[in-house]
Every structure is written in C-alpha cells, then in structure tokens.
Design a protein around this ligand. Structure first.
Ligand SMILES: Cc1cc2nc3c(=O)[nH]c(=O)nc-3n(C[C@H](O)[C@H](O)[C@H](O)COP(=O)(O)OP(=O)(O)OC[C@H]3O[C@@H](n4cnc5c(N)ncnc54)[C@H](O)[C@@H]3O)c2cc1C
Length: 474
C-alpha cells in the first residue's frame, strides 16, 4: 500500500485499489516516483526546490481536477498545485503528498472581437502572448515568458504594460474554481464576488482555478523598447535622474532598473563584460513617435555605454530577459515595496551592488503606479497599490556550496533596505520561509482574507502556498 504525507505532516497508507480507482476516472495520467517523466514533472524553475510528491495527477480536464481534489480531501493528503512551476517559494511541489499538475492543460482561446481570452492554468506568459499577439492584443502580465499565468494572476501580476492597462488581476473577468469539496463555482464581478476579490491577490488559498478569462488590449505588434546601459561609477547620478524622469512619466512609459554584472551581450564592449552596470530597461505602450519623444529624456541621462532602444516586436520584448532567467539555477529572492527612492536609499542599495556575490545575481527595481496604482485597496486582495517602486533582490548562482553566502547577501541587503520600505510586499516574490511576513504584506486585506479562508477552506486543504491560515474551529 502506498504511503503518503497527510495534511498534518504524518504518514498514512492509502489502498492500492483506491489509487487505481482514481486513475480509472482520469483523462490524464498519474505519475508515481517510479514513472517515466516523474522527475521532469516535479522540477521547478528554482533548483533549490527538490521535493518528491507521492503522486502526480497530470490533469487534462476540469473533471481530472475534481477527482484529484476529492481524493486528497477524502484521504486528508497534503496537496499542491503546479501551474508552470516558477514560484520562488516552490510550493507547487509537495513532499509525499498529491500534486495537481497543469503542465499539459494550457489551451489559450482568443476572441478577437470581444477582446477576451480564456486561458487554462498551465499556460505560460509566452504562450498567452503568442496567441493574443496574432491579433495585436495583449493581456498585462510579467517580464519573463516562461512564468505561469496561474500563479502570476493569483498573486497579482504586473509587467511592461500594467501602468497603462492595470495589473493582470485588474483584467481578470472571471475564473472557474474547484473548491475543497470538489464543487465548481464561477467567480466574477457578478458571481461569488467575495471569492473573486480573494482570487485577485490571495494566491491559491481558496481553490483550484481551472480556467481564467481575461480582457485584452491593443498592443503592438511592434512597440518601442530596449535597454540603456551605464557604468556603475555613474549610478548615483543615473538613479537620481531616473527618479526625476519617472516622477512625471505618463502611463505609457514603464522604466525599470537592473543592477548587476554585465553579461556578455553583443552590444556591450568586451571590456565591460563582468563589470557592474546599471541597466535602464524601458518600454512605451503606444504610438512609436510619441514613445520616441517620451523616452528621450531617459536616453539623455549621462553618458551610456550602450543604448539599444528601438522598435521591437512586443513578443520579443516580453522574452528579452529570458536568457538571464533560465530555469535550473539556484535562486533566493527578497522583496520590498517603496513609496519613493530617497538619496539615502539609493546610496545604501549601491553599497550592496558593489559586493554582488555572483555574476548572475542582480537587483530589479520596478516602476509601479499608473493605472495599476489607481485601483482602490478595497477592490482586490492585492495590496501595494500606492507603492511607487518594488525591489526584487535576485540572488542567483549555480553551485550549492555558494548557498549560504548568496542567501546571506540577499538577506543583508534586504535588512539594510527595510527602513525605507512601506511594509507591504508582493507575495509572488516571497520565499517559502516568509509566512510570518504575510499579515504585514497583505496590510488591510489580511483579516478579510482570513474570513474568506474560513468560509471556503476551513480545513486548509489548500495550504501549499503563501498560506492564509483559517481561524481554528471555523
Ligand atoms: C524569473 C521570474 C520572473 C518573474 N517575473 C514576474 C513579473 O514580471 N511580474 C510578476 O507579477 N511576477 C513575476 N514573477 C513571479 C510569478 O508571478 C510567480 O512566481 C508565480 O507564482 C508563477 O506562477 P506559476 O504558475 O509559474 O507558479 P507555480 O510555482 O506553478 O505555482 C505557484 C503557486 O500558485 C498556486 N497555483 C498555481 N496554479 C494554480 C491554480 N490553477 N489554482 C490555484 N492555485 C494555483 C499554488 O499555490 C502554487 O504553489 C516572476 C517569477 C520568476 C521566477
């Protein structure tokens, strides 16, 4: 009889006939540790995560999801949900429990007339962009094309066009959700509105989403975008000038900062490779000529080593950072939200960039605001609407012997930046050890999320996530 990890962390046997009966009801396959493809199915973007589920249900239909949820609930098995396996915390995979996999459930259906898109939960951002850009449409998502739409949406979702068109959750029209008892509901502005509020930022705490419906917007297919690269010696002036530029930038402009050692990019002189640089990465969501005018002051800052701003296909720009973010490396992240970039904060940050522990490690500073910031705090579970910037410290390295030193660098930098932070934080950038941060991270949403959890998942079946714990006895 196979042994499984239960919700309480104990070990329990489930009869072989019960497992076989589950398999008979599925359209998709079941993978055990002995199956071909098991290791591939449990592997995550972050190589620090190495967990071994007792059973993987390779869902192909909503019916498969219902069977899997009911099976886990009946046997009180630890349950995890794998969208595209990108989340830094690694909660998509559980040790010894049942993992629902969406790796083969990733259809994207675009209705170009109504500008709406239905997306299955295993689709990546690249697959969504490919389908929508055929019609010169786009849904606001993130900046790395191999990220999964499911996890991204449930945490919030923002990227190059969010200042113009809102976050991913602001463009979510409805979702189909399998609840802890196996029933299916639709959540939207008119149905199960409390659940709809919670799905938009509350993570996978309330059920399993089997289908997302999004609003899309006209974007591209060509847009003005690219990178401007400065030497780190100019960083104090460049970051201050960037701060002045973004203060009055229109919603169409999005400009992020990346601080890192220069990768061997063909447009960078060889002597710069491996040295610390400041990258200004920018996009204009709109007319090309308007974009040229809007980005001109950013391009006029200092004396860049390179400026490759120009017309690019939107799908290409959405993949621009992919080579730096390939799966399979060891990663540790720390994040803060900021209301402003003060002189002190900039100088503190640059002090840590001088001691980057690895050529792959970097600090991203995202410009927020615009349409994303004009949604009220009450409208969605996501908090941080009034934050102007978000920092994500990407500790990234290949060799496990570097784990301790790289993690320590990330934590030290994060601690040093804490005095400048708002306290709210994006749950999708939080590691697995940051559960105690959730109440502050969710700010005014937290209590409402607990009430929703009490209502929809009082037994905390959906606990492999940034977990909102139900009130005991609820
Ligand atoms: C390199 C990289 C770049 C990123 N860039 C951005 C960015 O630009 N903008 C941004 O907003 N975010 C970004 N993210 C963060 C990203 O949004 C999260 O990592 C997100 O969780 C990834 O979704 P996934 O489906 O791939 O994750 P998974 O690891 O598969 O799932 C994450 C969690 O989501 C829940 N979940 C997944 N599918 C479902 C479902 N169908 N129903 C219910 N719950 C589910 C589960 O709790 C699961 O543990 C980035 C992440 C990486 C690694």
């Amino acid at each position: 009889m196979p042994d499984f990890t239960t919700l309480d962390g104990a070990t329990a046997s489930v009869s072989e006939s019960a497992v076989a009966a589950l398999g008979h009801g599925l359209v998709g396959d079941m993978l055990t540790p002995a199956s071909d493809g098991y290791d591939e199915a449990r592997s995550m973007w972050n190589a620090m995560i190495d967990r071994r589920p007792g059973l993987i249900v390779d869902c192909r239909t909503e019916g498969d999801v219902i069977h899997a949820v009911k099976f886990a609930a009946e046997h009180r098995l630890l349950l995890s949900i794998y969208g595209a396996g990108h989340n830094i915390a690694g909660n998509a995979v559980c040790d010894g429990g049942l993992m629902i996999s969406f790796q083969n459930m990733k259809a994207v259906d675009v209705d170009a007339d109504s500008r709406t898109v239905r997306v299955e939960p295993g689709a990546t951002l690249g697959e969504l962009d490919a389908a929508t850009q055929v019609h010169a449409l786009a849904v606001p998502t993130g900046i790395n094309s191999t990220t999964g739409i499911a996890g991204l949406t449930l945490g919030g979702g923002f990227g190059w066009i969010s200042r113009k068109y809102g976050m991913t959750i602001d463009n979510l029209l409805s979702a189909r959700v399998v609840l802890a008892d196996g029933s299916v509901v639709v959540a939207s502005e008119s149905e199960n509105t409390d659940l709809f509020w919670g799905l938009r930022g509350g993570g996978g705490n309330f059920g399993v989403v089997t289908s997302f419906e999004f609003r899309a917007h006209p974007v591209g297919p060509e847009i003005l975008s690219g990178l401007i690269v400065h030497p780190i010696s100019d960083a104090p002036q460049v970051l201050r000038a960037y701060r002045d530029f973004v203060k009055d930038a229109p919603d169409e402009v999005t400009a992020w900062i990346v601080l890192r050692k220069a990768p061997p990019l063909p447009f960078l002189p060889e002597e710069v490779h491996g040295t610390e640089i400041v990258i200004l990465a920018a996009m204009y969501t709109g007319d090309m000529a308007d974009g040229e005018a809007a980005l001109a002051p950013l391009r006029a800052i200092g004396s860049p080593i390179a400026d490759v701003i120009g017309p690019h296909p939107f799908v290409g720009w959405q993949q621009a950072f992919d080579p730096l973010l390939e799966p399979g490396e060891r990663n540790y992240w720390k994040t803060h939200d900021f209301a402003e970039l003060s002189d002190d904060m900039i100088d503190t940050l640059l002090g840590y960039v001088a001691t980057l522990p690895d050529p792959q490690s970097e600090v991203f500073l995202a410009q927020l605001g615009g349409a994303q910031g004009r949604v009220s705090d009450e409208a969605t579970a996501y908090q941080g609407r009034t934050s102007a910037f978000l920092m994500n410290v990407h500790g990234r390295w290949s060799d496990a012997s570097q784990d301790e030193s790289s993690v320590a660098w990330c934590r030290d930098l994060w601690n040093a930046m804490a005095p400048y932070a708002t306290g709210e934080a994006y749950v999708n950038f939080m590691t697995g050890e940051e559960g105690e941060r959730l109440e502050t991270a969710y700010g005014s949403s937290y209590q409402r999320l607990v009430e929703l959890k009490n209502r929809y998942d009082p037994s905390n079946l959906f606990r492999m996530n940034q977990n909102i714990r139900p009130t005991p006895g609820s």
